[in-house]
Design a protein around this ligand. Structure first.
Ligand code: ADP
Length: 473
């Protein structure tokens, strides 16, 4: 399994990939409680947060850069050396064919993280780097550019090695190499992933190898297909996901230890908990560290309402009234259980609404396609449970409905989830409107949410159409 980065058509013969895997044991469990409709536990199996699946989903749906209003924070390995940042790709003095590739991808200028990271990555002598920024901010494009810049097309052996947590994420990075390296003649990619059988005695002549830690380890030490002493650039991508996968940290460290001291080492992560930073500093010697803070979510600009209801039928009726009373652009409706989400989808469809259901039992590919259709405006309403929509940023959505209030396992309000569902990022966020459908006994929880965020949630009578029609947003 290999692909050409430049000078020809790429080999996409890896076929259809089933993306709907679930790793056992490592996923954090979401809080989904019993409610009036929960009597078949299987039907309401919790959605498991799978970091690798989420990461892939983000990659599939981020077709443009995620903006940030923060400044990049830099911790330099040598604080006395001047800091460079670039505003244009020309300043980097890249090879002509790479520049052509970047422009062909539609990039006009470096992203925020790239402004700082690229000069460090392309410096002479090479510098090691640990970089953290949220998904979609341009990390992959940055290290692919660094790999392509350091490759010597005339040397027919692996020179750049990139570790990724899953087969699918490795392929995604490979696609970026193919796109950006489109004009780099004779630069090729090889995938060191399970299932890619290399016959005995084969020599790996591709310059860039992207793979998962276990298979790379096997290719390096057991099968001796890769000579680690010849690697010039080592990339450890998605470090937080790597750490979440048993065995990957140790395998990555074993690989890193066999690299020559002059090899450039780069590590990327979307999140930066202490454990990730500790791992990063263990594996990357003498690094520069750069971080781009995530945009914070706020409830300013969001008008919040609550509607008191008896049961879910009542909630649905209230929703229909609101739906009939105001012109709704696009709405996301959150349910606490899959069963409720399914029920609501069927009800709405029967009433002639165009809705789609995003649920944890779908494969990542299917989820990505549902989100994409919604983003394209093909469906007006997206019904979902907590987990699948976490971290998915659908900017044009003006209305969010909590069909069930988010609560944790102890039946306390889940503030973080509430904020994630309804909040917008301050600078880029538009105005928004949120409706909470509340059973009377849940009202104290809602009041706790109101106090916690110190932002008012107003009562709305779903029968009072005049009042509903007055809502402006
Ligand atoms: P990350 O690795 O941080 O998730 P990516 O490198 O995958 O981010 O970039 C996210 C999206 O932004 C991709 O669609 C990518 O093609 C695009 N992108 C990356 N860098 C730039 C840039 N400088 N200008 C415009 N788009 C970019």
């Amino acid at each position: 399994m290999e692909a050409r980065a430049g000078g020809g058509s790429s080999d996409r013969s890896y076929g259809v990939v089933t993306l709907g895997w679930r790793r056992r044991g490592s996923g954090r469990r979401a809080a989904e409680q019993p409610n009036d409709s929960l009597n078949n536990p299987e039907d309401d199996e919790d959605d498991v947060v799978d970091l690798a699946a989420n990461s892939l989903l983000n990659k599939l749906i981020h077709q443009s850069l995620v903006e940030s209003s923060h400044l990049v924070e830099v911790l330099q390995k040598d604080p006395s050396s001047p800091l460079y940042s670039v505003k244009t790709f020309e300043e980097l003095r890249l090879k002509e064919e790479i520049l052509k590739g970047i422009y062909a991808m539609g990039f006009n200028r470096p992203s925020k993280i790239q402004e700082m990271a690229l000069p460090m990555m392309l410096a002479h002598p090479p510098q090691n780097l640990i970089a953290q920024s949220q998904s979609g901010t341009g990390k992959t494009a940055a290290f692919v550019l660094a790999m392509l810049s350091r490759v010597n097309a005339l040397d027919m052996f692996p020179q750049c090695l990139c570790l990724a947590p899953t087969y699918e994420l490795a392929l995604q990075t490979g696609h970026v190499v193919e796109q950006m390296g489109k004009f780099c003649m004779n630069v090729n990619v090889m995938y060191a992933i399970r299932g890619n059988h290399i016959p005995r005695g084969t020599e790996v002549t591709k310059q860039i190898v992207i793979g998962t830690p276990g298979t790379v380890l096997d290719w390096c030490f057991k099968r001796k297909l890769i000579d680690l002493t010849k690697i010039r650039v080592f990339v450890l991508d998605e470090a937080d996901v790597m750490m979440d996968t048993q065995g990957f940290s140790d395998q990555s460290i074993r690989i890193q230890r066999a690299l020559p001291s002059e090899c450039q080492m780069l590590l990327f992560s979307a999140t930066f908990e202490d454990s990730v930073l500790q791992f990063a500093e263990r594996i990357i010697p003498d690094p520069n560290v750069i971080k781009l803070r995530k945009e914070e979510l706020t409830l300013n600009n969001i008008q919040q309402y609550y509607v008191l209801c008896e049961n879910k039928k009542d909630k649905y009726q209230a929703l229909c009234n609101i739906y009939g009373g105001i012109t709704i652009g696009q709405a996301i409706i959150f349910c606490q259980t899959r069963r409720n989400a399914k029920w609501l989808t069927v009800e709405m469809m029967q009433d002639g609404h165009q809705v789609s259901l995003l649920s944890g039992e779908l494969t990542v590919d299917q989820r990505a396609s549902i989100i994409q259709r919604f983003r394209d405006g093909k469906e007006k309403v997206l019904i979902t449970t907590n987990v699948c929509a976490r971290g998915i940023d659908v900017k044009q959505v003006t209305i969010v409905v909590n069909f069930d209030l988010p609560t944790n396992q102890a039946l306390e309000p889940d503030y973080e989830t509430y904020l994630h569902r309804i909040g917008r990022t301050g600078r880029f966020g538009k105005k928004g409107l949120a409706f909470n459908m509340i059973e009377v006994n849940k009202l104290p929880l809602l009041m706790q949410i109101q106090d916690h965020f110190n932002s008012s949630i107003k009562h709305l009578d779903p029968e009072d159409m005049d009042e509903i029609e007055k809502i402006e947003y």
